[in-house]
Design a binder for this molecule. Sequence first.
Ligand SMILES: [Zn+2]
Length: 160
Amino acid sequence: MNRRNGISLLDVVILILIVGVIAALVIPNTRMKKAEEAKIRCQEQQMAINEAMVRYFTTAGDTMLLKVKVETAEVDSSDSTGSEEEVATEEAEGDTMPPIRMFTEDTTLLRPYLPAEYSFTCPLDGDAYIIIARDSSFYSISCPNDGHGQIIKGRPTWEE
Ligand SMILES: [Zn+2]
């Protein structure tokens, strides 16, 4: 084989090996970078859902109180023994009641408070977040993906 006359088989083998080594280094790196970006985006999204939860909590209370009042009034008016005086009393009591503020697990209730660019699924693989709400005392937003963390009562686990 005359090296001067072109590329030898050895050259080709070396070239393939070099390309292989570069690919082996670059591909997992890109994959890791993408996973890292998805994680950052996921945590941003969890923060946005957290804000939506707080906004829902601070505004929906009055709506719930209104609903309770309307239901009471309806029950009273359909009752044959009920009088208008009783309805008025119920409403007066309702006014003095503090608004019932609650967290919610229902994403359709949270959706109006969440900016359109965010969703309730992890950007890495589309897995749905696990949202847990206990009346007005507790809520958490969790990503099922390893290391993506969760927000418990407004506190992100990745900031501890
Ligand atoms: Zn996630």
